[in-house]
Design a protein. Structure first.
Length: 312
């Protein structure tokens, strides 16, 4: 009897079903070749040394210790022996790309376009002492300098305080044949208590953004890079959390115009809340800006190692 129980437990752990055994995950999840461990509150899927934990009815998932967002809530059937399931979009656009670290068709990174958000008449959000456009530019310059020190070629969508259209920012990545596009912003909240960092990837084709909204009927050029966008965002976000001490607001999806128009893997970083007095002071501190810049550069280098491994 003990031997039968052990065999069934092992089958469940790898997401297989034998006679008399129950798998905690759906057939579609098992098809990913994952190991699975489940309780009534969560299910963890493991593959290639990575893990993602999903929660019934939640968009949030935990990937390798940090928060990411699904495109639709995870589901679990009722009862103690309930089975976890994920939509096809979640499996193809979030879970598989992360567990398999999919970055194709991204290229090895040589040239990076940094986009200091807003500028000129577009001030962005306003704190008690600072305008977002100014803090975006200060941080973007430090990110540029850090990346240059590490051997990358870096261009900026604006080098002064001037207006640049959203389409022009994204399209410049194509004109310059950039390998990555990183848009730099700071967050705002009406209640002035928001805190933490988050990183956005382009919403995958056919999916809802994290904040909702309509789903376009046609994919954009940037959706060629769904897996690369997501993995770049995760590599950067995980390091931003460590550099700033969090809170971790996670990797999210949005169809920001600069991401829609990007011609390469692209992310948008929200490096803290300008509308929260204590956090406004922190994000204006050059020492913290240097930490954030190093974290972004670390994320880029980690992503670049994956593109290099892809070529082998």
């Amino acid at each position: 009897m003990k031997q039968t129980i052990l065999l069934c437990g092992a089958a469940a752990a790898v997401g297989l079903t034998f006679a008399g055994c129950h798998s905690p995950v759906s057939r579609e999840i098992r098809a990913l070749g994952v190991q699975s461990e489940a309780s009534e509150r969560s299910c963890t899927l493991r593959k290639n040394g990575n893990f993602i934990t999903i929660y019934p009815g939640s968009l949030r998932a935990n990937f390798n210790g940090g928060w990411v967002h699904l495109v639709e809530p995870a589901q679990r059937t009722e009862g103690k022996s309930g089975v976890y399931s994920l939509s096809e979009a979640n499996l193809k656009k979030v879970v598989a790309p992360l567990l398999n670290r999919e970055v194709a068709p991204a290229k090895p990174v040589k040239m990076i376009l940094i986009d200091p958000g807003h500028g000129g008449s577009e001030t962005g959000a306003t704190g008690a002492k600072h305008q977002e456009k100014t803090l975006n530019f200060a941080l973007a310059q430090k990110i540029r300098d850090e990346l240059v020190k590490r051997g990358f070629t870096v261009k900026m969508t604006r080098d002064t305080d001037k207006d640049v259209s959203l389409d022009a920012r994204g399209n410049l990545s194509g004109t310059l044949k950039a390998d990555l596009f990183i848009s730099v912003h700071h967050n705002a909240a009406a209640n002035r208590t928001g805190t933490g960092v988050e990183t956005f990837a382009m919403t995958p084709d056919g999916c809802h953004s994290t904040g909702g909204g309509a789903v376009p009927k046609q994919a954009t050029l940037s959706n060629r890079y769904d897996g690369a966008n997501l993995n770049l965002a995760q590599e950067i976000q995980s390091r931003l959390v460590k550099a700033t001490g969090g809170p971790d607001r996670g990797v999210k999806f949005a169809r920001f115009r600069v991401l829609v128009k990007a011609h390469c893997p692209a992310v948008l970083v929200e490096a803290g809340f300008i509308t929260t007095p204590k956090e406004e002071l922190a994000i204006a501190d050059p020492a913290r800006q240097r930490k954030v810049a190093a974290a972004v550069a670390d994320g880029v280098e980690a992503f670049n190692r994956r593109t290099a491994a892809m070529k082998k």
